[in-house]
Ligand binder design. Structure first.
Ligand code: ATP
Length: 796
């Protein structure tokens, strides 16, 4: 397809559709007219300055950007549109109605127009996960067809899905299986089980923005080693400098909880307020604005303390924050400007009436005569209300009558039920029981409330007019505010979540992970971050994967700890790539760019598919999308069909995965798979140790080398279940005969593959030595030993 406006080579030829949801997840569809290709991305925007989106837009250099209208959207859904306004000329921005961003239509279009089914989207199983980029695709294609007067031919487009450029990709099923955000089976355990997700364990952040950033980081951990190490260096410093750690926690507490939201609020310019009498809705808006300014003032007031704490920080991240925030004169200028208008004593309050009063008295006295009059009237009515309460206390002998306030009702009376004895005087109206108290009002109070409210509304309106000039100046350059918001969220996550979590564990329980680009994945004494706090005697286990040994097959009977181990490895990798310490004695990891899990959770009712079909769909999805740096975790693949088919599928999947560079952990019951290790030297067999004691299985949860040997545990369980002993005896004889035959076959296989196994073992050791940080002398020594052992045939 030709771009008739585009001109020569190098001219922009991409049309980009952009949409976001309330959770700051962004969907991008970039349609390149010159190459007839559609590139889809969907990711969570982790920074309020929309850094990821900026990078993508910069990459695509679009000729047109299509966004939905912002008029009806809540604040959380207007960021991308504002971004486009800010960085692109208005003729590049096209606004299309929200109805055009139709994800169902997008899915159908992508399916029909794609030359090859875009496997990365897994449109059958994962369609809902990618609804935003599909919605953006629908709008983009619609615009191109209408504007260019063309129809995109069926099966002609190259469609790709890129996810986010800078983050690890985890699909929605894996997020659920790994219990990253919510634990599985909440409905069975009730809400008290909430603690069992990684997110809930780490959710000790103090601000809404910090919590959001934490969630986003767990859903899409980092991929860039330098950024990860910068966070880890910062954690190192916090862990060995208590003063800095406590200083920062204290400093962060001085910032109001909503700071990040409010700072970003200034990016959105509301319609100009005029002197005209404001409608109630506008009153609320000006109230929000005033409270935003108070929060901004409180945040700027808190900066000097933060500067004091950060002054001597050493790590790159903290030094950078100090330089860009604490040494930036713009914040002090803004603080002074605000101090010229806002009363020195005004602070951010959360209690409704206190907040209300603070907002009315925010502007200094004498700045605006009409405002001072409105305030007097507000004080008079507030005082009259309290006098009225006093009068009722005496008149009706209600000494415990209270006069609380909330934003919806204004003032109301609260009287303990025991004082009333069922006969509240007729004067009291709108009587409602509320726990042990009765809430009510009177006509006198209602009328005073109206006057009080209108005096307050007048105050808000006048205050907003007074603040207009100030707001204009603040809005001139909001970049320091977005930067401050980002920094506060990041500090909240690192200090209040990561450092806090690590410091609440015994010393050295969490350690700093090391990262390599292509090295092995080695975990020494790793533990499950969530389960270890529920089991006081949680058993740690190791992991070793490298180019020469890229698959582990884990065996063990039911309940021996296989699924826990798989989950634990994934969660450790995930934690490490968010820049946090990990629950292990030592961890050296290769950066993972995609994480896939296939952990059987039963039927997928939503898609009306059987356990087997769900299993196969998920497996197909991961097989089509594996990259050399993926981590694949499969639990009991092939158990949902006949044993021969199950075995065949599991075996062939393993063979396929073995030929790739990705790392795979495979948990299985299928005994036949042990032979994989005989044929393929890059497979390592491990098993969970289980003892047989008094005909009972005693689980040790220890991962040991080699295949599993729990003789006849199935028969044992059958016996416990009450099968007649004669039946069990016959079954034992049958298994013995089968096993004897198998053993002989496996032994002869072993002999046959012995030589190649030896060579692989040498390769494995060489890989480890390549990435080890030992001295040259030690490495020479190790190489010599390796050579000797190889010659003597002692390597296996
Ligand atoms: N390392 C460990 N230390 C202590 N307890 C553990 C450990 N691993 C697992 N457990 C406990 O054992 C229980 C069973 O573990 P898990 O579900 O991982 O076994 P499994 O082998 O996957 O079983 P199945 O094959 O039936 O799925 C877990 O609920 C956990 O309480």
């Amino acid at each position: 397809m030709e771009d008739d406006e585009g001109g020569g080579v190098g001219a922009a030829s991409t049309v980009v559709g952009l949409i976001e949801n309330r959770a700051k997840e962004v969907g991008v569809a970039a349609f390149d007219l010159r190459s007839a290709s559609l590139h889809l991305s969907q990711y969570i925007e982790t920074s309020c300055s929309y850094q990821n989106t900026k990078t993508l837009l910069h990459f695509y250099d679009p000729m047109v950007i299509i966004v939905p209208p912002v008029k009806l959207a809540p604040d959380g859904m207007v960021g991308v549109s504002e971004l486009v306004d800010k960085y692109y000329t208005s003729n590049k921005k096209i606004t299309m109605s929200r109805g055009c961003f139709d994800d169902t239509k997008g899915a159908v279009l992508v399916n029909n127009l794609a030359a090859k089914k875009p496997s990365a989207l897994g449109l059958d199983t994962y369609y809902k996960q990618y609804y935003l980029c599909l919605a953006a695709a629908a709008a983009t294609i619609k615009w191109i067809e209408a504007e260019k007067g063309v129809i995109v031919t069926n099966h002609s487009l190259t469609v790709t899905f890129n996810g986010s450029f800078d983050h690890m990709n985890i699909d929605a099923t894996s997020v659920r299986n790994l219990e990253i955000i919510d634990p599985l089976h909440i409905e069975l355990w009730g809400s008290s089980n909430k603690k069992r997700s990684l997110f809930h364990m780490l959710k000790t952040t103090k601000t809404i923005g910090g919590t959001r950033l934490l969630r986003a980081n767990l859903l899409q951990p980092l991929k860039d080693i330098n950024t990860i190490n910068a966070r880890l260096d910062c954690l190192d410093e916090l862990m060995c400098n208590e003063e800095l750690f406590f200083g920062l926690s204290q400093g962060l507490r001085k910032f109001p909880k909503e700071t990040d939201k409010v700072l970003c609020h200034f990016c959105f310019k509301p319609k100009k307020v005029t002197d005209v009498v404001l409608k109630p809705a506008n009153g609320r808006k000006s109230q929000t604005l005033i409270s935003s300014i108070i929060i901004l003032k409180t945040a700027l007031d808190a900066l000097p303390f933060l500067s004091k704490v950060l002054k001597d920080a050493k790590s790159f991240l903290l030094c950078n924050i100090y330089r860009s925030i604490c040494e930036n004169p713009k914040y002090e200028e803004m603080r002074k400007r605000i101090a010229g208008v806002i009363d020195e004593d005004v602070v951010h309050a959360r209690v409704p009436f206190l907040a209300y009063t603070q907002q009315c008295f925010a502007v200094k006295a004498g700045v605006d005569g009409l405002l001072d009059v409105a305030r007097r009237s507000f004080c008079d009515t507030s005082e009259a209300i309290h006098n009225l309460a006093n009068k009722y206390r005496e008149e009706y002998k209600l000494p415990n009558l209270k006069i609380p306030f909330n934003n919806r009702q204004g003032f109301y009376f609260s009287i303990p039920q025991k004082d009333v004895n069922g006969k509240l005087p007729g004067k009291f109206i709108q009587v409602m029981k509320h726990g042990k108290n009765i809430h009510c009002s009177t006509f006198e109070l209602a009328s005073l409330n109206v006057r009080n409210k209108s005096a307050a509304a007048e105050c808000f309106m006048r205050t907003e007019i007074c603040l207009e000039a100030l707001l204009e100046v603040i809005r001139e350059d909001i970049s320091p505010l977005t930067l401050l918001a980002e920094v506060l969220c990041l500090l909240d996550m690192i200090v209040n979540s990561f450092a806090h979590t690590i410091s609440t564990k015994p010393v050295d329980r969490y350690t700093r992970p090391e990262f390599t680009d292509n090295g092995p994945m080695a975990i020494d004494a790793g533990r499950h971050p969530v389960l270890e706090s529920l089991h006081s005697d949680f058993v740690p286990n190791n992991l070793f994967l490298s180019d020469a040994s890229n698959m582990i097959v884990v065996m063990g009977p039911n309940m021996s700890g296989k699924s826990t181990y798989l989950q634990q490895v994934c969660l450790i990798v995930l934690l490490a790539q968010t820049g946090c310490y990990v629950p292990a004695r030592f961890a050296s990891l290769r950066v993972v760019d995609r994480m896939f899990t296939r952990i059987g959770t039963g039927d997928n009712v939503e898609y009306n598919s059987s356990t087997f079909m769900t299993e196969m769909r998920e497996t197909a999805f991961l097989m089509q999308n594996i990259s050399p740096k993926s981590l694949i975790v499969m639990d009991e693949l092939g158990r949902a069909t006949s044993s021969s088919d199950g075995f065949a599928i599991a075996w062939s999947c393993c063979e396929h995965l073995l030929s790739l560079k990705a790392y795979t952990i495979f948990a299985t019951h299928i005994e036949g798979l042990t032979e994989l290790a005989t044929i393929y030297p890059n497979v390592k067999m491990l098993h969970f140790e289980v003892d047989l004691r008094n005909n009972r299985l005693d689980f040790k949860f220890h991962l040991k080398d080699g295949p599993r040997y729990v003789p006849h545990y199935g028969l044992l369980l059958a016996g416990v279940a009450g099968l007649p002993s004669s039946v069990i005896e016959t079954a034992k004889n049958i298994t013995k005969q089968i096993m004897d035959k198998e053993e002989k076959r496996i032994d002869s296989n072993c002999e046959q593959y012995r030589e190649i196994q030896m060579v692989y073992h040498v390769a494995q050791r060489l890989f480890c030595l390549k990435y080890s940080n030992q001295s040259e002398l030690d490495i020479r020594q190790a190489l010599q030993t390796l050579k000797d052992h190889y010659k003597e045939g002692r390597l296996i």
